[in-house]
Design a protein around this ligand. Structure first.
Ligand SMILES: Cc1cc2nc3c(=O)[nH]c(=O)nc-3n(C[C@H](O)[C@H](O)[C@H](O)COP(=O)(O)OP(=O)(O)OC[C@H]3O[C@@H](n4cnc5c(N)ncnc54)[C@H](O)[C@@H]3O)c2cc1C
Length: 341
């Protein structure tokens, strides 16, 4: 066994996951982390434990079981209802010091990244951020892969130290199928927290512009490619996106032409998306693009070429000029929205 191997440590070998949720739903990245945690725990001969802070969170426990959590630390306190660095950090530090997990995976979301970096500093423990692959080799050594230089390269990182903190990039590893039958043990934790411990307080949520939502998080996306023809064409897409409450994305061609910024690129060298609806217009469906869009639940494609590859992947195929279809679609949506009011 190598000196730094995780298995050799005296403390627990358990793999932890910080559950993140919004309203009544676990974020997909929570389920993605559980899939990775299960594989690591199997390799280490250990258990998967979930840290679930908040208020009235018991509703999440069955789903955490379906995604193979062995134990859930349900940490209930009014000051944990919304994320705050102070409250979450205090609770996490105490729990980690008490139970000594070997690996603690946190979501690569703004909150998860914030907590992970503070936790690493407070516990003086290593942190590997923005991982896209996690594995343990036969010697018990953890290897993480994270992208570098604007995703142009992938960096393999050999990890040692315990607890090892990892943040997982959302939307990359994918969600495993839920399994039946596992009921996690629930350990209720009542942390000692008071308002003096928490120096920042959530006042309000201000809804953002849906068009600007990070593509990884977006439920609906309207994407454009070369066929859109220019910035004026993208104004058509933006109108439809506004009516659908969708984010705007597109192909590398659209980015290279500066019709949309780079962070709006979908595909192998852009964002990996998993929306409920992906409406594409003037996109051929090149493999580099589809690699980032294959997890879309429903793809609607508008393209003038009946042989366009995108049609092989679309559930609804509209073989027509987008400049004719999109204004009609916008008018129809406006009418429907008007009738709904
Ligand atoms: C290493 C590498 C990485 C890459 N990474 C990415 C990536 O991350 N993301 C990405 O998108 N690409 C990526 N690419 C580029 C990719 O291979 C394709 O070139 C690109 O996706 C094509 O973009 P497009 O569909 O906009 O353009 P095209 O392939 O030119 O397709 C335009 C489509 O618009 C249709 N069209 C034209 N006019 C109309 C109209 N009026 N109405 C309706 N339809 C119309 C045409 O029939 C055509 O199908 C990468 C390439 C390489 C080599």
């Amino acid at each position: 066994m190598p000196e730094n191997s995780i298995s050799q440590n005296q403390a627990s070998r358990n793999v932890w996951v910080l559950a993140e949720y919004r309203d009544d739903e676990l974020l997909e990245v929570t389920l993605e982390m559980l899939g990775d945690a299960r594989q690591l725990a199997n390799k280490l001969g250990s258990q998967v434990e979930v840290i679930l802070p908040g208020v009235k969170t018991e509703g999440f426990v069955p789903q955490l079981g379906q995604f193979e959590a062995d134990r859930v630390y349900q940490i209930e306190h009014p000051l944990l209802e919304h994320y705050s660095t102070d409250a979450y950090l205090k609770v996490a530090v105490e729990l980690v010091q008490k139970h000594q997990p070997s690996i603690f995976i946190l979501p690569g979301t703004p909150n998860g990244q914030d907590l992970a970096s503070c936790l690493a500093a407070r516990l003086r423990t290593p942190l590997v951020s923005d991982c896209v692959i996690l594995k343990v080799d036969d010697k018990g050594q953890l290897e993480a892969v994270s992208p570098g230089y604007g995703d142009k390269i992938y960096i393999r990182i050999a990890c040692s130290g315990q607890p090892l903190l990892i943040t997982l990039r959302p939307g990359v590893v994918g969600v495993e199928k839920p399994k039946k039958g596992r009921e996690p043990e629930v350990v209720k934790v009542a942390p000692e927290l008071n308002s003096q411990d928490v120096r920042t307080r959530l006042v309000d949520y201000i809804p953002g512009d849906p068009r600007q939502i990070d593509l990884v998080e977006a439920d609906r996306i309207v994407g454009g490619g070369r066929g859109v023809g220019g910035p004026e064409g993208f104004q058509l897409l933006e109108k439809v996106a506004d009516l659908l409450g969708a984010a705007i994305g597109g192909t590398r061609v659209a980015v290279d032409n500066r019709w949309i910024p780079f962070e709006r690129q979908i595909g192998q060298t852009g964002k990996t998306i998993a929306p409920k609806l992906y409406l594409t217009a003037g996109i051929s469906g090149a493999s580099h693009h589809l690699l980032g869009a294959k997890d879309s639940e429903v793809i609607i494609a508008i393209n003038t070429d009946p042989n366009a590859n995108i049609f092989k992947n679309a559930q609804l195929k509209v073989c027509a000029d987008l400049h004719q279809v999109l204004p009609q679609l916008a008018a129809k949506l406006e009418k429907l929205i008007g009738e709904d009011k």
